[in-house]
Design a protein around this ligand. Sequence first.
Ligand code: GMT
Length: 383
Amino acid sequence: MAAERPLRVGITCYPSVGGSGILASALGEELARRGHAVHFISYERPFRLSAATPGIHFHPVVINDYELFRYPDYTLPLSVRMAEVARDHALDVLHVHYAVPHATAAILARAMVGTGGAPRVVTTLHGTDTTLLGRDPGYGPAIRHALLQSDAVTTVSAWLRDETRRLLAVECPIDVIPNFFSPRPVTRTRAEVRAELGVGEEPLLVHLSNLRPVKRFDLLLEALARVPAGRPWKLLVLAGGDFQPYAPLVRRLGLESRVVVRANVFDVEDYLQAADLGLFTSESESFCLGVLEAMWFGCPSVSTAVGGIPEVVEDGRSGLLVAEAGAEPLAAAVTALLDDPARRRRLGMEARRRAETVFSAAAVVPRYEALYRRVLAAPVGRS
Ligand code: GMT
């Protein structure tokens, strides 16, 4: 049988720190490693995209701030750039991560290229593009339109698929393709990183996120303040957003000596290998890439049992899920694992095994490749 030809894939995502951009960057790198040509189209080079991966090209979108507009427009320049790149590089697929405004721009770009050379549009929903913007009457109908016009729609969890159907009344097929993580090699030893953080033998908890309100970092701090005294521990916050709004709460709870913050870290792997327990207290989460990133380093998490997190972590096997709202049950779960290093290690080993088998590039990327080939075999558009 003849080998399948390499594909030409355009990827659009938010380039700043955020799970959807991290996933899109990792996917682009993995596709390039598999011999496909990958073209990122965005207003900045994505934060976690390695500079040196062959086969990856970056096409910036230039946004002009015309005085006649009260707000600068991104959607139209993005769609024009997508159409240019699609034509110039004969793209097979435009894969957009986070629907707003990327899916609408891609549908427009596909129409601009016109019949004959139009790329297929694959839209991956990541979370708030459904759960927040999908509910907004100013966005919902446009998102629904873009999903119905996409050649394929994917979600990162079954929970998000069901929410998308419920909130947006989208009846077309939705493929669930979970997130994956491919850790880069660490550049320092665990001991070196712990020394940099001022951590000795005590357990190191870790939280990584953009710290937006949905992450309920305030609840996380309230929970830690309830861990009974006499236990040594520290918390490392890998902040992809502004930590300052939480500094007064850290002081009020008397946690200053316990909390170490590192902002906009590129080498998350170095820090994750140094951690013993993850802590995630989101009120909604379609997947929670941070939990998975920690799992790869044998670091189990205590997490709220919301959204798609139960699809990532099996409660009591590869981490602990807290179904009850509030700081007390979270504190109890954290305390139980602080007091039982052997259980922590058992959960961590299972977390690592699950990450490798279910959420590795080897397990997940072929599903995107198969999806691209499936949409290429079908006529453009669905309706
Ligand atoms: O939808 C968002 O809130 C933004 C998005 C992001 O860009 O970080 O986060 C979502 O996508 C991540 C990657 O798929 C998931 O790990 C997060 O769970 C999800 N966030 C929410 O659902 C709140």
